[in-house]
Ligand binder design. Structure first.
Ligand SMILES: [Zn+2]
Length: 217
């Protein structure tokens, strides 16, 4: 096996453990992928990923059309949700999709997460928009997600969960945790009364670092 594919499978195992241990996914839900450089290919978690014991040999190397290159594994049925970001955003090298609880609370409300901490501007490019609803596993789900994401690195999927894109797997893991923490703060504090957002003009001050280090546009 190509050494870089092998290394990518190890990275996906690491990310699987990270997001599972942090409570961002339950066994069998969500998925993680990495782009294969200079190819229309990705490595993705298998359908029903075992986060308790993720093994490199269970990760699946597929083409953007979903054709399996690694024999014997069934890729996640949500691969189109990943593919559209690799095709439309050349700087995206990793996509993580979770059903984390507080982001999913906003998802069923079909509400965006406003920018309530400055770090959202630095790492995510601002608040997290919410897409229009589409069924799981459809091409429309990916199209709606891409359209709603705008220039940011994260989008809430209506009645479904969250997608984070990034230049690296580490940034995506960090982003998935950050969105969930921010969503928890937002959902909890809105029950206490008005929630104040970071003023829009502050975002332009934060966007320099975002553009240089984290933007995927
Ligand atoms: Zn899902």
């Amino acid at each position: 096996m190509n050494k870089s594919i092998s290394e990518m499978k190890n990275q996906i195992c690491w990310a699987s453990k990270e997001i599972y241990q942090r409570g961002l996914v339950n066994v069998g839900e969500g998925n993680i992928s990495l782009r294969v450089k200079n190819q229309d290919e990705m490595v993705i978690t298998p359908s029903g990923n075992n986060y308790l014991n993720p093994l490199p040999e269970n990760m699946v190397h597929i083409t953007f059309e979903g054709k399996v290159i690694t024999e014997g594994k069934k890729p996640s049925t949500e691969y189109y949700l990943h593919r559209i970001f690799y095709e439309q955003r050349p700087r995206v090298n990793c996509v993580i999709h979770t059903h984390s609880t507080y982001a999913s609370i906003l998802a069923v409300q079909r509400k965006a997460l406003p920018m309530i901490f400055e770090e959202m501007g630095v790492f995510l490019g601002g608040g997290v928009p919410c897409s229009e609803y589409a069924r799981t596993g459809t091409e429309q789900l990916g199209k709606n997600a891409l359209k709603a994401m705008g220039k940011q690195n994260a989008v809430i999927l209506a009645n479904h969960g969250l997608v984070i894109v990034g230049r690296s797997v580490k940034h995506c893991v960090f982003g998935a945790q950050l969105v969930e923490k921010m969503a928890k703060i937002y959902v909890t504090s809105i029950s206490m009364g008005k929630v104040y957002e970071i003023p829009e003009e502050i975002l332009s001050n934060l966007s320099d670092r975002f553009q240089v280090e984290f933007s995927t546009i």
